[in-house]
Write a protein that binds this ligand. Structure first.
Ligand code: SF4
Ligand code: SF4
Ligand code: SF4
Ligand code: FES
Length: 444
């Protein structure tokens, strides 16, 4: 687990529920507890985002003369601190907070997509809130269609601002924001516009981080417990994010996030979130096709493989060449090179570049006069980079999750970022310097 605290090398030792715990100074109590297998309930905390401290469900008790109840997601563990995460005082405080949330909450769990994986539902159950002394008529509202893919339901929103923070801190676009105060408080597309008219990248991260059913996927209509899950790697770009594909009746129903897993730590982009639709696209070929003098027709797998083998038999050795599509996975590329070398006896194999890769290569060649291969791994970008020179087209489109880590490094390591790009995108404005080359001219 990577903590959000800007940790220093100095270590501190405190105790949580009587167990001695040593963590880097600056680690928040909630994260120190998680590192040691103790879960503290939370609603506004989201791994890798700045601590917010608004929901107070993560309240814990600090023992001692200057102790008391305090939010664990914004309070660092200090030397000698003694913390209780589930004392009677803590449980009572959490119950009281939950009752406050439930006064105006829609509580329409039977028709809510989030039912079964909702933090508020789970905590209401865990804290045994079976009655609420604070009651008044509900201020119900219907769904607002933020975009083609995203719905917002105000009376389920707990104003934790996870959605606005992820959009700002990770995706870097600030397409949604919070507006108004008190009972009028709401989440809205930036400047009250239609979400599709904002800088929204349709990454779906706001849906992913929403702990309740306030932001939902408009096209999803299943209960989470009806779905089978398969962990996989996204093949849409070089980042290789870990994704969770959820299916039922042999059809993909949605792609979700495995927090703190893979190079992406659960964060994804539009392609990872919605790109699965091609899997069951009506135009997708389901059977092999053969072209002959009479046109193209469908055939069986055995016939197609026999026919391919017969045709390829005439091109052994140097007369054979293979070109891999830019969308091939490492495993497919490995199989193709094995087939080319071992079966066809040829070393003529190459991989096509995506338009984005070609553009990056050309930009680096033009700027630095040399070819540059990406030798960083994503983890280095995430944990080590303190200065970055980013050359080429909009990184938020070509390798979106890599761009998230640059925003993250800016916030947590104050890294220095220089962008050389024709494209005007958010990182250009958050970095130290943006150089926009003038095509057809020579730098002086
Ligand atoms: S889909 Fe992504 S870019 Fe659009 S509002 Fe949500 S988090 Fe922001
Ligand atoms: S929409 Fe969801 S993530 Fe955003 S503030 Fe409301 S509850 Fe939190
Ligand atoms: S950045 Fe997006 S497209 Fe690339 S691997 Fe991750 S989810 Fe897939
Ligand atoms: S999780 Fe700590 S205040 Fe919300």
């Amino acid at each position: 687990m990577v903590t959000t605290a800007r940790t220093e090398q100095k270590m501190v030792t405190g105790s949580i529920n009587g167990a001695e715990i040593t963590v880097p100074a600056g680690t928040f109590i909630l994260e120190a507890a998680r590192l040691n297998g103790i879960e503290i309930p939370n609603l506004c905390y989201q791994p890798l985002l700045r601590p917010w401290g608004s929901c107070r469900i993560c309240t814990v008790q600090i023992l001692g003369k200057r102790g008391g109840l305090i939010e664990s997601c914004t309070t660092p563990l200090t030397e000698g601190m003694e913390v209780l995460t589930h004392s009677p005082e803590v449980i009572q405080a959490r119950q009281y907070i939950l009752q406050m949330y439930l006064i105006d909450h829609a509580l329409d769990c039977p028709t809510c997509d989030k039912s079964g994986e909702c933090y508020l539902q789970d905590n209401t159950y865990l804290h045994n809130i079976n009655a609420n002394p604070y009651r008044r008529p509900k201020l119900a509202q219907s769904y607002q269609h933020f975009s083609e893919t995203i719905d917002y339901k105000w009376d389920r929103c707990i104003m934790c601002n996870r959605c606005t923070r992820v959009c700002d801190e990770m995706v870097g676009v600030i397409a949604i924001e919070s507006a108004n105060r008190g009972l009028e408080a709401t989440i809205t597309p930036a400047f009250g516009m239609d979400l599709s008219d904002t800088t929204c990248t349709n990454c779906g991260m706001c849906i992913a981080v929403c702990p309740v059913g306030a932001l939902t996927d408009r096209h999803f209509g299943h209960h989470p417990w009806e779905l089978d899950t398969t962990e996989t790697i996204c093949g849409h770009c070089d980042v290789g994010c870990t994704l969770n594909v959820e299916t039922n009746r042999s059809l993909v129903r949605r792609v979700t996030h495995l927090w703190e897993r893979g190079v992406n730590h659960g964060y994804t982009c539009e392609k990872g979130k919605w790109g699965w639709e091609q899997v069951q696209h009506p135009d997708r070929l389901l059977y092999p096709r053969v072209r002959d003098g009479n046109g193209v027709y469908e055939t069986g797998w055995t016939e197609a493989i026999d026919q391919a083998a017969e045709s390829l038999a005439h091109f052994q050795g140097g007369t054979f060449a293979a070109l891999a599509s830019p969308d091939t996975t490492n495993e497919e590329a490995y199989q193709l090179q094995l087939f080319t070398r071992a079966v066809m006896g040829s070393n003529n194999i190459d991989r096509l570049l995506t338009p984005a890769q070609r553009a990056v290569g050309a930009a680096v060649q033009a700027s630095l006069g040399r070819d540059v291969a990406n030798t960083n791994n994503l983890q280095e970008l995430f944990t080590d980079v303190k200065a970055a020179l980013i050359v080429g087209p909009d990184l938020g489109k070509t390798e979106p999750v890599a761009s998230y880590w640059f925003y993250h490094s800016k916030i947590y390591r104050e890294s220095k970022i220089i962008v050389i790009s024709q494209d005007d995108y958010p990182l250009c404005h958050r970095g130290e310097l943006w150089l926009k080359p003038n095509p057809g001219t020579t730098p002086t």
